[in-house]
Ligand binder design. Structure first.
Ligand code: PMT
Length: 412
């Protein structure tokens, strides 16, 4: 595959050299397209030596297909990857400004586009940048989220260019969509929800997002078009088709319901709050001497609502829920499957220190129409693969992207 590697002028530009090498090691052909600012951070000769191709620096360079190189390249590349993508470059791409070889290539190509943003954390959080990122996401552009930590500018926060291996893996997942879930739409939820008590306090839980992220990544690897609705997490989500960030159960409810009708499969791994403060205080609540009582109201049960909608319609996506329990695991999980009218429930004993919340491993039992299948303790990526194997069997023989006939689970 031919990949145009756009390099813009940020300190992460040196890591783009490793990205180019990583892509080549996986058999891809890379052509570097550098902005003038990028060339001040890393010499074009470095990319030329590594890619063994002329580096595209100037769209009007004489003697090199002058003026039309971006068009020739636009129709031959399989992916445009920009790493690092600075706030300036993101702004230009979002607004269709084509004033150099890279930004012109973006406007001219119909190849998938993957951006790895990198900038100061304040810049990354700025409303103007967020709006530009949202506009690009709405256009189908995908992202490798920046990492957190010390930034070159001396700040600590989110904005550091993702690691080269992560960027290469994201590019690969876009370039190799063939797989058993090709043509299927999979909607996954992950992470916690946070329910505000007042402007500075909230009720949350220990979900890290790892389980849901592993499912989303595995579904994408199998060729599915993945939408991931995720609560606030410290770890970045995988680069899947659509990542929607939410905070509360109400927001997750809205975003999941907006997408569920188009999905072949919905997998709810998020730890959604069951209750939220009845009326969050507008001001920080003052400390009092005595105990206080917090009034809570139940949140919408998203999984149960999807289950009920399926019953009403007689068809709907394959529905997979999780059951996080600290006792009487299988009986409680089976009861949840029946009550929420899910096809599969993944029973998760969260009282253990090596399974469930905020660890890399998990031990679950998948409960379906044909009984309970216990799985060994293993990495969450393996658990995700086992769940999707099971989902694939349920989808077998049904056409892609169409609702499945619904068979009511045994509610006994
Ligand atoms: O994120 P990690 O750190 O990797 O941890 C993974 C996990 C422990 C969060 C995950 O494996 C897990 O068990 N997720 C479900 C947590 C949960 O909320 O379980 P529950 O038994 O309370 O809910 C049952 C099901 O209903 C879940 O699919 C949940 O997403 C859904 N639900 C719950 C409440 C609500 N208001 N709406 C819902 O849709």
């Amino acid at each position: 595959m031919l990949i145009a590697l756009g390099v813009t002028g940020g300190i992460g530009a040196y890591k783009a050299v490793e990205v180019a090498r990583g892509l080549q090691k996986r058999g891809h052909d890379v052509v570097a397209v550098m902005t003038a600012a990028a060339a001040r951070f890393v010499g074009p000769i470095t990319f030329e030596a590594i890619t063994r191709r002329r580096v595209v620096l100037d769209q009007f360079e004489p003697g090199a297909n002058a003026g039309i190189e971006h068009i020739a390249l636009a129709s031959t590349i399989d992916l445009l990857l920009v790493a690092p993508a600075t706030a300036n470059a993101i702004g230009k791409l979002a607004n269709g400004i084509a004033d150099d070889a890279l930004t012109t290539l973006y406007v001219a190509t119909r190849a998938p586009v993957l951006l790895a943003p990198s900038m100061n954390s304040q810049m990354f959080a700025h409303e103007a940048v967020r709006k530009n990122l949202d506009a690009l996401a709405a256009r189908g552009v995908r992202f490798v989220e920046p990492g957190e930590g010390y930034l070159a500018c001396g700040w600590i926060g989110k904005g550091r260019l993702a690691e080269p291996e992560e960027i290469v893996a994201a590019a690969e997942s876009i370039l190799q969509p063939a797989g058993p879930l090709r043509g299927r739409r999979v909607l996954v939820t992950a992470g916690p929800t946070l329910e505000d008590i007042d402007p500075v306090r909230f009720i949350g839980n220990r979900s890290s997002g790892r389980m849901g992220f592993a499912i989303a990544a595995e579904a994408a690897r199998r060729g599915a078009e993945v939408a991931l609705v995720a609560g606030p997490t410290a770890i970045p989500p995988p680069p899947v088709g659509e990542v929607v960030r939410v905070r509360s159960a109400a927001e997750m409810h809205r975003e999941v319901l907006a997408r569920a009708d188009d999905a072949d499969v919905v997998i709810m791994a998020a730890a959604v709050a069951d209750y939220a403060p009845a009326g969050p205080a507008g001001q920080k609540m003052a400390k009092t001497d005595g105990p206080i009582t917090l009034a809570l109201r139940p949140t919408p049960d998203i999984l149960a609502e999807l289950g009920n909608r399926r019953v009403a319609a007689g068809r709907g996506p394959v529905l997979v829920g999780f059951a996080a329990e600290t006792g009487d695991l299988l009986a409680r999980a089976a009861a949840k499957r029946a009550r929420k009218r899910a096809d599969l429930i993944v029973a998760n004993d969260v009282s253990r220190s090596d399974a469930g919340f905020d660890v890399d491993s998990n031990e679950v039992t998948i409960i379906g129409p044909d009984g309970a299948a216990p799985l060994p303790l293993q990495g969450k990526d393996r658990v995700a693969a086992a769940i999707l194997d099971r989902v694939e069997r349920m989808l077998a023989g049904t056409p892609a992207t169409s609702p499945q006939p619904f068979v009511e689970p045994d509610r006994g």
